[in-house]
Design a protein around this ligand. Structure first.
Ligand code: HEM
Length: 484
């Protein structure tokens, strides 16, 4: 009798427990805004379970069904096409923005006015002093150094000279191997290129070790910030510690041995003096920015270069046109002459291939902000202290903005530009990616060399795509690679 009573009580009690747990986050974070009296309306949505919020649904879409955009489509179907939804992700109550209008405001006016500040969920991984985290004059200052180092025409011209031989060499090696996992190979060459470009790091064993450590750091970037052995976040923190030791020793060597001082971004940061307080950057500031730049610089370009190889292998008619354009460019040059920055202005088809790969490859699926003061958008309140996730990826594959969006079709860039806010692969506003030109120029160089001299074929053209920590074919785009 006792047992039956216990089962009956348990069955009656369980729904109550579920209801309490399910309502906990809503009561905790939304209560002041859910009463009629408040007169302020939160975006529609739900904050999920205590602590984990809607993380399980996020994992379901990104990891298990491998249909990440369903995370947004489901909310549009359930709550209507409001373009803003409340949720709880990465450990915080959050508003997701995903319509072109909302994303335009969040990256533009909202960020410019200071209502929204930097908001990466894991400052411990990225570094609290890195450009992606700092605000105001400190942000402007670091950004200025960075733009000069990687975005001025002079620096881009220099890059064509510095990087082309190493890309050429890498392609030769791939052909010697015959079969390659493109993502691994591209990662290796891009990692050493960004280190060479910004920090003059050359030693192969050091670069190899650093790349190994960086892989752990990248995995923790968009992970739930739970510092427990075995979690991606925990190993990212460990990776950061190791990098810190390596970088501080490099800085120490440079200071101790004046003759080894190089003209590069690291040295610029070490020498820089603030114009209004006359202070130098601290070692922490330098280290955080070095780490985040390598991270932003190599992971993004490795993904887009791998994807372009993948899509070109699957779209021979696009590859044919690309080859024709690049063959003509080369014919006008001497046999061993390099591609130059000026040449890219005549590579109109190649530039459309680049735009298309950046759209379809979802290198940066979403970016983060924190709400610094209560902000209104379209009649909805964004409460102070909440996070904002500016969801970039879904607009890039929304048929309302791109016809047959899953088709790799560079010709779509012939026509009028897509709706403002719909194509924000590099972001917009005060935090617009400062490396967009650097990334594009690397793609120009790579496409020129690979299309003129090599052919390749995917081993598994129909392999699934994984989406964490980034979108990539599961086999890393394994392919046969040989000279033409
Ligand atoms: C295909 C390649 C790339 C894509 C799609 C991409 C995308 C983005 C996006 C969307 C943002 C905006 C973040 C925001 O609004 O908060 C951003 C910021 C940034 N990117 Fe890139 N990026 C790429 C390549 C690069 C490269 C090559 C570098 C540098 C070497 C770089 C460095 C940065 C930095 C430092 C920021 C932070 C800017 C700030 O907060 O002021 N990116 N990137």
């Amino acid at each position: 009798m006792d047992a039956m009573w216990a089962v009956g009580f348990g069955l009656g009690f369980l729904p109550l427990v579920i209801w309490v747990l399910r309502s906990f986050n809503e009561w905790r974070y939304c209560y002041p805004y859910l009463t009629f009296k408040s007169g302020r309306k939160l975006p529609p949505g739900h904050l999920g379970w205590p602590i984990i919020g809607e993380w399980l649904d996020f994992l379901w879409c990104f990891k298990f069904t491998k249909r990440p955009d369903d995370f947004i489509w489901k909310r549009i179907a359930k709550y209507g096409d409001t373009g803003v939804y409340r949720t709880h992700l990465f450990g915080s109550p959050t508003i997701i923005t995903c319509s072109p209008e909302a994303n335009k405001f969040m990256t533009g006016g909202g960020t410019e006015s200071g209502s929204l500040t930097a908001g990466w969920p894991s400052p411990q991984v990225i570094g609290a002093n890195s450009i992606g985290m700092v605000e105001g004059p400190q942000h402007k200052r670091i950004r200025r150094y960075l733009m000069e180092a990687i975005n001025s025409p002079e620096s881009l011209k220099r890059m064509f000279i510095t990087l082309q031989p190493s890309i050429r060499e890498a392609l030769k090696n791939w052909a010697l191997k015959g079969t390659i996992t493109a993502f691994d190979e591209v990662n290796e060459v891009q990692f050493s290129n960004i280190c060479r470009l910004l920090f003059s790091f050359q030693s192969a064993p050091m670069l190899k070790e650093m790349r190994r450590i960086y892989t752990g750091l990248v995995a923790g970037l968009r992970a739930q910030p739970i510092n427990f052995p075995g979690t991606a976040f925990h190993s990212a923190l460990k990776s950061r510690k190791k990098l810190s030791a390596m970088m501080l020793s490099e800085m120490h060597d440079r200071r101790a041995n004046k003759s080894s001082i190089k003209e590069d971004f690291l040295q610029n940061l070490m020498d820089s003096v603030d114009s209004w307080n006359g202070e130098k950057l601290s070692d922490e500031e330098i280290f955080d920015n070095v780490v985040s730049l390598i991270l932003a610089g190599y992971a993004s370009t490795s993904l887009s270069i791998t994807w372009v190889l993948y899509y070109l292998a699957k779209n021979p008619s696009v590859l044919y046109k690309l080859r024709e354009e690049n063959r003509l460019i080369r014919e006008k040059k001497g046999k061993d002459e390099r591609l130059t920055y000026e040449d890219t202005k005549n590579m109109t088809y190649t530039s459309k291939v680049i735009e298309e790969i950046v759209r379809i490859s979802h290198v940066s699926s979403f970016v983060f902000r924190s709400v610094a003061k209560d902000t209104d958008f379209n009649g909805y309140i964004f409460p102070k202290g909440w996070k904002v996730i500016i969801w970039l990826r879904t607009n890039h594959v929304d048929p309302r903005y791109f016809e047959n969006p899953l088709e790799f079709k560079p010709e779509r860039w012939d026509g009028p530009k897509s709706k403002a806010g719909a194509y924000y692969a590099f972001g917009s506003g005060p935090r617009l990616c400062p490396g967009s030109n650097l990334a594009k120029m690397q793609l120009f160089m790579f496409l020129h060399l690979v299309s003129n001299d090599y052919k390749w074929e995917l081993e598994n053209p129909n392999f699934k795509i994984k989406h964490l920590p980034h979108s990539m074919v599961v086999d890393g785009a394994k392919m046969k690679f040989s000279p033409i």
